[in-house]
Every structure is written in C-alpha cells, then in structure tokens.
Design a protein around this ligand. Structure first.
Ligand SMILES: *[C@@H]1O[C@H](CO)[C@@H](O)[C@H](O)[C@H]1NC(C)=O
Ligand SMILES: *[C@@H]1O[C@H](CO)[C@@H](O)[C@H](O)[C@H]1NC(C)=O
Ligand SMILES: *[C@@H]1O[C@H](CO)[C@@H](O)[C@H](O)[C@H]1NC(C)=O
Length: 368
C-alpha cells in the first residue's frame, strides 16, 4: 500500500477503482449477509486489539473486544466473526507526511480508504503515522487536517464508523514527533496511546530498562490530560511484547549495561535490544538463570539468561501483574479504554500452562 501511494500518477487510482468495482459487487463473504452491516453504537469501555496476521484471532477473548485493527492481511472470516460479536474491524492508515501536504493528495487518499473500507465491510480506520514532524511545519498542519478530513469522510460515508489515531507514550516530541496532539485528539473518535517503546530515546545511563515503566507511563497520560485532552479520548495501549538485551556487563544489583545505539538524536535506545512476544518470553522464563524478578521502581518483571555463546541477556516485559497496575489507572482516571500491541503475541496453543498464561493476560486488561 505504501508503495502505491508514493506514486502520484493517476494510474494506480484507476487500477484501485477498477479492482473495487470488481470486488464490490455486493457479495458479502459472511454466511449471514446481515453481518456485512457496519457496527454502530459505542460501548462504554473500549478494548482495542491490533491483529497482525494468522488465525490466532479465533482464540482471542471476544467477550471483551470492541475493535480489531487489522494490520496484517485482510481476512473476511475475521470480519464476519468480529461483526457477529458486535466488534468493529478497522483498516490501517499510513501515508508519507510529505505527500499529505497537498490537499488533493489527501482527498484522494481518504477516498481510497473509505472505498476500501466499504468494499471490505469494515467499520473505520486506525491512522498510524509514526514519522518525524516539526512543530508548525507544513506537515504539522497537514497531519491535523488529514485526521479531521478522514474522520468527516468516514463518519459521513459509513455511519457509526470509528476513526482513531496512534500517538507516542508522551506528547513531548518523542522520536521527534511534534504533532498537534490536542487538535488531533479533538478531530477523531479517540487516540490510542502507545505506552511502550518508552526507552526509544535514553539520555541518561545506557542500561536495560522496562519497556513501559509504571511512573513513566502515567507521566504521559498526565501530560495529555493537562494539554486539554479529555480522558474519554484516550485509550491506553499496553505491550504484549518485551525487549531482550545483550548485556555488556551485569552488576550484582542486576544493572545490565547495553551497547550505545543512537536514535533520532538520543545517544542510547531500546534499539540495542530485540523485541520479543510474550509467548517467547514465557517459554524461556523457566530456563533463565535468574527466574522472573520484579523491579519495584519501574513496577515491571524481568529476568536474565545465558545464551549458547555465553552472553548474558536481560529481558524486560509486561505481565499480568504490571498490566493490572496500569489497567487500574485506566479505571481510576476514567480513560476510554485499553488495548495492546498486539493480540498475536500470546501463546494460543492447547498447552495448559500456556493457556493459563494467555488467559491471565486477557483478564489483566479489566481491573476487578
Ligand atoms: C507455546 O507453548 C507450547 C507449550 O509450552 C510450546 O511448545 C510452544 O513452543 C509455545 N509457542 C510459542 C510461540 O512460544
Ligand atoms: C515451568 O514453569 C511452570 C509454571 O510457570 C511449571 O508448571 C513447569 O513445571 C515449569 N517447567 C520446567 C521445565 O521447569
Ligand atoms: C512515581 O510517582 C509517584 C507519584 O508521582 C512518586 O511518589 C514516586 O516517587 C515515583 N517513583 C519513582 C520511582 O519515580
């Protein structure tokens, strides 16, 4: 999709229109054709799931889910099933910010997304732009306009549809993303706060830390709320993955120093580590040398293991304990809901230990 959009020629548009005409002959892929109707109405609490591919969605806890953002290949079976459970399915929206400065390009992009959503019987779009933008630049204004225009178009063309936008864990120019956060939140249904990758820019000691420390995460929400964004416009995103770091050295107090890998101006970053899903993290936990430890300051679990080359690794992640603490904040502050990157990070195999761990992760989203 990205490749198509970088071309300004009209040829792709024609091709896209032609494809839609052929696909959109009104053939609903669901056994019950009423399942192709868009979902309307809002449920009080959002549980927003990113789906990245495969068929594990069949094992999600559908009793909770309100929206699934399909970031992998479109799956009509998933659409039909989600609709049967009253859950929305939404598109992914990404576009180079340079291109959207042109209002005509924006309009064409939005038209194409609305048509794609209609053809696939989807209920909205999640706009995921993680590019660098300077404050008050042409892109800064264009991005805000894109969100506003996309929301207007979807709401008009697909009644009850949902338009959301993904923002960094804090509004303070994380990764050089200086967006007009207040206006963007105001212009769509809600923003999904990506409360993870919080060590993408480290200016202090270059050591392994939690992906989403409790206090750091909450600071981000305080900042969003203080800039005038209503809590009901904020969905908290929690990570169902962690980081595996190779330690240059490990102190007796479990401080793992890591290689300096710079990122967008910062000397040290989580880019020195490797992202791993919760399933793989738990798979290895048993054979770790430390067992699962808990850092009280960051309120996050971690462990250490030795790889076959004899290198010590430190793995930081989120588990039901750390996630419940954050979910409690969602409830206390009256945020719109919670969600995760991503639904496919858990182990949905029949194994009873894995099953138990997976169930506990879903349950942690909703505070008791
Ligand atoms: C899921 O759990 C089973 C049983 O513990 C294990 O054999 C399998 O490798 C796990 N899958 C992943 C992706 O970790
Ligand atoms: C791994 O941990 C689980 C509990 O988390 C336990 O039931 C299982 O026996 C352990 N397996 C090994 C090989 O230690
Ligand atoms: C976390 O935040 C609370 C409340 O703002 C504060 O009292 C506490 O000292 C903080 N803890 C750390 C480790 O920064």
């Amino acid at each position: 999709m990205k490749r198509l959009l970088s071309s300004r020629s009209g040829a792709w548009l024609l091709t896209a229109l032609f494809l839609q005409l052929r696909l959109g002959c009104g053939t609903c892929p669901c056994e019950d054709p009423s399942l192709c109707n868009p979902i309307s109405g809002t449920r009080e609490f959002e549980v927003f799931v990113f789906q990245v591919g495969g068929k594990d969605w069949k094992f999600y806890d559908w009793s909770q889910i309100t929206t699934v953002a399909i970031f992998g290949k479109y799956d009509p079976e998933l659409m039909c099933y989600a609709h049967s459970r009253g859950s929305r399915v939404v598109l992914k929206g990404d576009v180079p910010v340079k291109e959207i400065v042109d209002p005509a390009f924006r309009a064409a992009w939005i038209d194409q997304k609305v048509e794609l959503a209609k053809t696939q019987y989807m209920d909205g779009i999640n706009i995921d732009i993680e590019q660098m933008v300077n404050k008050y630049s042409p892109e800064y204004y264009a991005l805000t306009a894109l969100v506003k225009e996309t929301t207007e178009a979807f709401h008009k063309e697909i009644p009850g549809s949902q338009v959301t936008f993904d923002v960094a864990w804090s509004p303070r120019g994380i990764d050089k993303r200086y967006y007009n956060y207040a206006e963007i939140a105001h212009s769509c249904d809600f923003v999904f706060v990506m409360s993870y990758d919080e060590q993408s820019q480290v200016w202090t000691d270059c050591i392994a830390r939690a992906n989403a420390p409790y206090n750091q995460t909450l600071t981000g929400y305080n900042d969003y709320i203080h800039m005038g964004i209503h809590p009901k416009k904020l969905v908290m995103g929690v990570p169902w993955y962690g980081y595996d770091y190779s330690c240059l050295s490990l102190s007796i107090s479990n401080v793992c120093s890591i290689k300096e890998v710079s990122f967008r101006g910062a000397p040290c970053s989580d880019a020195a580590g490797r992202q791993i899903p919760y399933s793989a993290i738990m798979n290895r936990a048993n054979t770790s040398m430390s067992g699962i430890l808990w850092n009280e300051e960051q309120k996050a679990p971690y462990y250490e293991y030795l790889d076959p080359q004899g290198i010590i690794h430190q793995v930081w992640f989120d588990d039901p304990r750390s996630i419940s603490l954050k979910a409690a904040y969602v409830k206390e502050q009256g945020l719109r809901g919670i969600g995760m990157w991503n639904g496919d990070c858990l182990n949905y195999s029949g194994d009873s230990v894995a099953q138990q761990q997976t169930k506990a992760m879903w349950e942690a989203l909703i505070p008791k």
